[in-house]
Design a protein around this ligand. Structure first.
Ligand SMILES: *Cc1c(COP(=O)(O)O)cnc(C)c1O
Length: 461
């Protein structure tokens, strides 16, 4: 199994190459050369999440790792989950259930993808006797999941930039309270955009790296993160009905990574009814699925901050696979013009969406109202991101056939202010989150200056 870029320049890349490279050299995203097929009869006989992962992950890694190596790695990949069943399902009623993806150490679904990424980063570094610097900017859950996933590997040093303002206490503390020799959280006196600019320059200059050192990104376009997420779609389908009936999946989304993993699972053989693409006011995806309008607008701050984006980076993979039918020329043309020219597809081609996708925009008011509704009706507390999913399902209810799994992407305790605004109460706070609320903070404050920050990296690298 080899990989290529959605824009055509990179071809025949091994898993190891795309893992360490992240983004393709032409600005495109890496895709597998074909969709490997999963044997559902074999999967039906599995029990745990790890059993399932062992039938998915090796399908993508064979170009670089022996199957036995990967199986061994997977036994030790996902760690510090507070629930034995990594992704338990909570039934709301006959029509819908919640797939709880927040039991990982940082309380958001990103632990699934980033723990797998870190395990493979480390394996590759060991094999080649190299070390790596992880450099990333974060305004939310990616940073904490990346830090947590990488901190147990000495060959990786993580430098994570976060805006000193504009972040919830708990999200900041989840990063700054980590006390580890190979983790550096830098509180930048600036905005998230300032942080991102410095990271971008870092990837161009690479001046702070030692010889033979990798520079790794942890953003959501790395294919390995998608693999980690494909696993829980198969796992959930197995648990709900052993693949006997196709399910709907409602996914609160921003960058489309989690939705694309669901689409990928269906391409690999998982029975699928519909994917409900649930977004907040940053609704470029809903505008596309409703009216063929994929145009960039300014970012609004909403109650579901981890979905506040202006473009959905992983959406390029869907354009490439579904609409362009894997013609990299079409994809390259659309994306070279974007975002100056919006993406608008030929009407007939765009109609393909209807077979798979439904979408809905959930505004702040409805997010709050739905959190109350779900609590009052089912005695179940959802976080504001998950509420975007449950609210969209309520709205689209009449169009849905069969059972719906709503992905819960974060633990409600990560967003205490919104819970309070809704007049609700948290009944339990997971250990990891309460520890973060109490611990000493080790983050370093720095001005938004790339020179200062690169110097800091050199000193600590
Ligand atoms: C990152 C994140 C999302 C969005 O995930 P995508 O893969 O971009 O769709 C949704 N909810 C939470 C809590 C997140 O952290």
């Amino acid at each position: 199994m080899l990989f290529h870029s959605t824009r055509g320049a990179d071809k025949n890349k091994s898993f190891e190459e795309i893992l360490m490279q992240g983004l393709a050299s032409d600005g495109g995203l890496f895709m597998p050369d074909e969709w490997p097929q999963v044997d559902l009869n074999l999967l039906k006989k599995q029990k745990t999440f790890i059993d399932v992962a062992k039938h998915i992950v090796p399908l993508y890694t064979s170009s670089s790792f022996m199957e036995s190596e990967v199986l061994e790695l997977l036994d030790d990949t996902w760690h510090d989950f507070s629930n034995e069943d990594f992704a338990p399902i909570y039934k709301l009623d006959e029509e819908k259930s919640i797939l709880e993806l927040f039991h990982g150490p940082t309380g958001a679904f990103k632990d699934f993808g980033l723990q797998l990424a870190a395990a493979f980063f480390n394996k590759t570094l060991q094999k080649n006797n190299k070390t790596a610097v992880v450099l990333g900017a974060t305004s939310g859950d990616t940073g904490s999941a990346a830090i947590d996933a990488c901190k147990r590997f000495n060959a990786i040093k993580s430098f994570i930039l976060l805006p000193d303002r504009n972040m919830s206490d708990i999200q900041r503390r989840q990063m700054t309270t980590v006390n580890s020799d190979n983790v550096f959280t830098i509180l930048v006196d600036g905005s998230f955009d300032d942080c991102q600019d410095i990271v971008k320059q870092g990837f161009q200059e690479r001046s702070f790296l030692k010889d033979d050192q990798y520079l790794l990104a942890v953003n959501s376009i790395n294919w390995v993160r998608i693999i980690g997420q494909i696993c829980y779609y198969f796992y959930a389908s197995m648990v709900v009905n052993n693949f006997s009936k196709s399910l709907n999946f409602a996914v609160p989304t921003g960058n489309f990574g989690n939705v694309f993993a669901c689409y990928a699972a269906s391409k690999m053989g998982m029975p699928l009814e519909k994917i409900i693409v649930a977004v907040n006011d940053n609704n470029i995806l809903d505008r596309f699925f409703r009216s063929n309008d994929y145009s960039r607008k300014d970012v609004y701050e909403t109650l579901s901050p981890s979905m506040d984006i202006s473009v959905a980076s992983n959406f390029e993979r869907l354009i490439y696979d579904l609409y362009a039918e894997r013609d990299p020329e079409i994809c390259a043309k659309l994306y070279t013009a974007f975002p100056n020219a919006p993406i608008e597809l030929d009407e007939k081609i765009w109609m393909k969406s209807n077979d798979i996708f439904l979408s809905h925009t959930v505004r702040n008011d409805d997010t709050i109202a739905n959190m109350r509704y779900v609590k009052n009706t089912y005695n179940y507390l959802v976080d504001p991101h998950t509420a975007v999913g449950t609210s969209a399902v309520d709205y689209l209810n009449k169009k849905l056939k069969g059972h719906t799994l709503i992905l819960s992407t974060a633990h409600p305790a990560k967003f205490p202010d919104v819970i309070e605004e809704a007049g609700l109460e948290l009944s339990e706070i997971p250990r990891n989150l309460s520890d973060a609320m109490q611990g000493k903070e080790y983050g370093v404050k720095m001005p938004a200056s790339k020179d200062d920050i690169f110097k800091f990296i050199i000193k600590n690298n």
